[in-house]
Design a protein around this ligand. Structure first.
Ligand code: HSE
Length: 436
């Protein structure tokens, strides 16, 4: 029996520092849980002068990746540099050398996950990635293990803290989008490229990982429909409030008659739905399984310690597998490799949803009837309408909620409506979900 488990950490950025911090401060507790200590054998980092806790000797810092991937004292390689290259080569190299890998790299898993899962299975090593989705929330473990008895029916996630922070500021303080974005950047929440946060790309990366392990299907990341929050105006947030809805950037996945809906976009969700109460930088995933019913997982989705918590939990899991000889106990993609089935992801045109429309129209007779006529011709049934203000002959917002309609019909109807001379601006459309 091994008397310690060696860990090699690639990258001492936010997540890496959190991992080192936790391994130092909770080392004794982790040893009591595991039976043996976790020992940091090497840390690869470009900047050798990065601050380290006093317990860690500077001698274990190196710039040479081989000191981790080819080091016999390293059992588990922890990749926390993020991005595609060199992270992918480092992970594949570590796997080839028989190392187990823990990563928090959502973008890489979303795009190249299949290759990595296959490489790990072929080589008979573990590949864990709890830190890649929703930071400290143990959502991967929940899906792979806690909910393993269930057919997953649907998932609604707030999986990007930065965009949730921005929308919360717009909702609670009436701030404009740019203002709220600047505040999130000042607080250090946004990714180095904030378009990943605000255009929904980061959320789509995370959704593709969740869909993969929840439904047992490889996912082509490009097939996930993605729309961000940069087009949301405080006006829509306040009209949504009047209908008793909140606007949230939701990552949505549903099983629909053997196909999958997987999409990220701003969504109106009823005020009294649990996911609507998730504000600020917090993340949450609301998952419904056929046996368990609805469940909610909530917590901090980013930051050194929450993300570090997930990564260290993975290290402990893999260490337990090593100590008990149970490597591969949980397949990386949750289903046995040979039992995974490619499922079709529905195109956005095929989905059925309810909709919120904000038309900007001339305030004059027969405008509403022309618009509702076109909607009716496209099988779109109106649930409620409000006209804001009165400006005879001038522009006014006309706000409408619909019953369920097919998106393709909605797009055609809006194209036609936006060509009417009485419509003065491109119509705003936001999808509406009841969240069941
Ligand atoms: N930029 C991400 C977020 C960090 O805002 O949620 C965690 O993946």
């Amino acid at each position: 029996m091994k008397d310690k488990i060696g860990v090699g950490i690639i990258g001492l950025g936010t997540v890496g520092s959190g991992v080192v911090d936790i391994l130092c401060r909770n080392g004794d507790l982790i040893k009591r849980r595991l039976g043996v200590p976790l020992k940091i054998a090497k840390i690869v980092e470009r900047d050798l002068n990065r601050p380290l806790p006093p317990e860690i000797s500077r001698e274990i810092m190196t710039r040479d990746i081989k000191e981790i991937t080819e080091n016999p004292d390293v059992d588990i390689v922890v990749e926390v540099i993020g991005g595609f290259e060199p992270a992918e080569s480092y992970i594949l190299n570590a796997i080839e050398n028989g190392k187990h890998v823990v990563t928090a790299n959502k973008a890489l898993l979303a795009v190249s996950g299949e290759e990595l899962y296959r490489a790990a299975s072929r080589r008979g090593v573990d590949l864990y990635f709890e830190g890649s989705v929703c930071g400290g929330i143990p959502i991967i473990k929940a899906i792979r293990e806690g909910l393993a008895a269930n057919r997953i029916e649907s998932m609604y996630g707030i999986v990007n803290g930065t965009s949730n922070f921005i929308i919360t500021k717009m909702t609670e303080e009436g701030k404009g989008f740019e203002d709220a974005l600047r505040e999130s950047q000042k607080l250090g929440y946004a990714e180095s490229d904030p378009t990943f946060d605000i255009e929904g790309i980061d959320a789509a990366h995370k959704l593709s990982i969740l869909v993969n392990i929840a439904f047992g299907t490889p996912v082509d990341f490009k097939e996930i429909y993605t729309e961000g929050i940069s087009g949301i105006s405080p006006l829509d947030i306040s009209y949504a409030k009047e209908f008793n809805y909140k606007v949230k950037l939701l990552a949505i996945a549903k099983m629909k008659a053997g196909s999958i809906e997987a999409r990220v976009h701003p969504t109106l969700i009823p005020n009294n739905h649990l996911i609507a109460t998730v504000d600020g930088v917090f993340n949450a995933v609301y998952i419904t399984g056929d046996a368990v019913g609805p469940t909610l997982f909530y917590g901090k989705g980013a930051g050194a310690l929450p993300a570090g918590s997930a990564v260290v939990a993975d290290i402990i899991d893999v260490a337990r597998n090593i100590l008990k000889g149970s490597i591969g106990r949980i397949p990386p993609a949750s289903f046995k490799e040979e039992n995974r089935m490619p499922l079709r992801i529905l195109s956005i045109d095929e989905i059925e949803s309810m909709y919120y429309f904000r038309f900007t129209v001339l305030d004059m007779p027969r405008v509403l009837s022309r618009i509702s006529g076109i909607l009716g011709e496209h099988e779109i049934s109106i649930a409620s309408v409000i006209q804001k203000g009165r400006k005879e002959g001038g522009n006014v917002p006309l706000v409408m909620m619909t019953h369920e309609a097919v998106e393709k019909n909605v797009r055609s109807a809006l194209q036609e409506i936006d060509r009417l001379p009485v419509v003065s601006e491109k119509t705003t459309m936001i999808r509406v979900e009841e969240g069941r």
